[in-house]
Write a protein that binds this ligand. Sequence first.
Ligand code: VGL
Ligand code: ZN
Length: 205
Amino acid sequence: MNVLLVVDIQNDFLPGGALAVPDGDKVIPIINRLVEHFDLILATQDWHPANHGSFAANHPNRHPGEVIDLNGTMQILWPIHCVQESPGADFSTQLRTDRFAKVFRKGIDPAIDSYSSFFDNARKRSTGLSDYLRERKINELFICGLATDYCVKFSVLDSTSLGIRTSVIADACRGVNLKPDDSATAIAEMRKAGASIIESADIGR
Ligand code: VGL
Ligand code: ZN
């Protein structure tokens, strides 16, 4: 069984959104084709309460891009984004979600961020994804989505560390690139951790 994980294709990460990933919308037609070629499709949603500690606005005199210690974990501060039940947290209406078997939500605890689809940034709490995969004896995963340098990267690193054979579909990902080469660095890190870096054209054609 081949399994696709679609990470955070939400309005706030798309052009016009609160934390827009440059060209983030370009991955949508690619992912809409990919879903035809997988047996099981899983997805994640960044799903923050309004008082989330990753929002610069929740810290006096702090601005997006600054780094703070949030309860013992290094935290980059972001604009307010993907607030639970807000339109910014919705999947894009352009995205084919009809084949999503299950959506895992993350970043729910205001005290800690969660870039990875598996665990929060302190690796204390699970989203349920690792149990879901283990119960179904799934040990191979294809990952795509937003953003290459945050949620995709940390999902891939947790996936390989769990012993899951992991492939990143590079052209179906885009990065925030706070620094211009952050995505390239992230791809190199993922490869070094044992992930295969592939292209969407390698799937189903
Ligand atoms: C993400 C920054 C903050 C992501 C989520 O989905 O990559 N990045 N929250
Ligand atoms: Zn977030």
